[in-house]
Design a protein around this ligand. Structure first.
Ligand code: GLA
Length: 379
């Protein structure tokens, strides 16, 4: 059953009535453009087929209830909380995600209570934006119940506020925008500074290619200090260079040793995104492999957000014939992607699996990352 069908069925089971509606939002992979979003740069994500669905109905008492159904089928109930009482710091754990969204919407005058039942198949802690998919689906559900429409790029900023100010993770705009704005069979080229978006057709299967996702099963957390430290380092580097953000940096040689590699990653990564965009606009996806692998090397050596499992996944995939591979998302664990000729898919999977086994790493979880539709209403 689809996550949307499952959310509706669970809602009926828990509340003894049908939900008023079901909304869902996908996880994402970022093809290239990592740690560029909070530097006003370029990103190029696409939506995954994996989604988080929210079945919802309004409540007249202003209270938010939320239940999440895990992969094991077990329900976890958040403490029912009046939306009027929500404040940052009040709610931790997974319940911070729906609560944070309700808190942001309250600031825009959308403050009706709701019952939410949440389920989905986006792997959690895998760098595939499960938490953003959850927040985007909740945002659409609460807006839908209130019969309010917000332009999706604007809604992405609202969800970012939930993540930054309520959940407490200082993340950029990549994930929310990807989940809300991606369209089927395309990558989304987003200029974070201007907000300009271009949907570029991306159907690798038509070219005898596939994007293989390799979830290393090393859990990452964006609320950890390492992500925020990189972000602060970038801001400091921009300040020293006298530019608004590293998007504008040209000559970075004068930076101190601890900041120079951070800036070098951002400057070269933005250039790699633009190069990749040119190839994809020309319908030549088989030419983007080098940029992917260079991106990984830059994230590993300059930005230092990789980990041994991600490095092994990339090396094994490329060694077995992938045209390019890289970590995707924030890093410190999570998922790598590899651009693989279809006839080598099995070979690459086997090479990655045996490289992990040789090092006694937990077996990775691999699946085809197929560009899929963005968020929306299901029922
Ligand atoms: C996480 C954040 C994004 C972005 C990426 C790195 O996914 O949520 O905003 O910074 O890391 O590109």
């Amino acid at each position: 059953m689809s996550p949307a069908g499952q959310a509706a069925a669970e809602f009926r089971r828990l509340h003894d009535r049908a939900p008023a509606g079901v909304w869902s939002a996908p996880g994402r992979v970022n093809l290239i453009g990592e740690h560029t979003d909070y530097n006003d740069g370029f990103v190029l994500p696409f939506a995954l087929p994996h989604r988080i669905a929210v079945a919802a109905s309004p409540r007249s008492d202003g209270v938010l209830t939320a239940v999440t159904i895990g992969a094991d089928g077990l329900a976890q109930h958040a403490t029912p909380t009046p939306i009027a009482d929500l404040e940052p710091g009040l709610i931790g754990g997974w319940a911070a995600f729906p609560s944070g969204v309700a808190w942001v919407l309250r600031g825009h005058g959308i403050d009706g209570g709701a019952d939410l039942v949440i389920t989905g198949d986006v792997p959690t802690g895998a760098g595939l934006s499960s938490s953003h998919a959850l927040q985007c689906a909740v945002a659409l559900a609460l807006l839908g119940l209130a019969d309010v429409t917000v332009p999706l790029p604007e809604l992405a900023r609202w969800v970012q506020r939930s993540e930054n100010d309520f959940v407490g993770a200082p993340t950029g705009l990549l994930d929310q925008t990807a989940s809300l704005c991606c369209v089927d069979s395309h990558v989304l080229f987003l200029d974070v500074r201007s907000g300009e978006q271009e949907q570029i057709p991306f159907a690798p299967a038509d070219h005898g290619l596939g994007v293989l996702a390799i979830d290393t099963r090393v859990k990452h957390s964006l609320a950890d200090s390492a992500y925020g430290d990189r972000r602060k380092g970038c801001e400091r580097a921009a300040e020293l260079l006298g530019v608004p953000s590293l998007r504008d940096a040209v000559d970075i040689d004068g930076l101190p040793d601890n900041l120079l590699p951070l800036a070098r990653h951002v400057v070269t990564e933005n250039a790699r995104v633009l190069r990749t965009v040119e190839f994809l606009r020309a319908d030549k996806p088989h030419l983007v492999g080098d940029a992917l692998t260079q991106s990984h090397v830059s994230l590993r050596d300059d930005y230092q957000v990789s980990c041994p499992e991600l490095d092994v996944a990339v090396e094994a995939a490329v060694g077995a014939g992938a045209l390019g591979a890289r970590m995707t998302g924030g890093g410190f664990g999570g998922t790598a992607i590899a651009l693989v000729p279809t006839e080598l898919d099995k070979t690459v999977r086997a090479a990655v699996a045996s490289a992990f086994a040789e090092r006694s790493f937990t077996a990775p979880r691999m699946f085809a990352a197929v560009p899929s539709p963005g968020a929306g209403r299901d029922y």
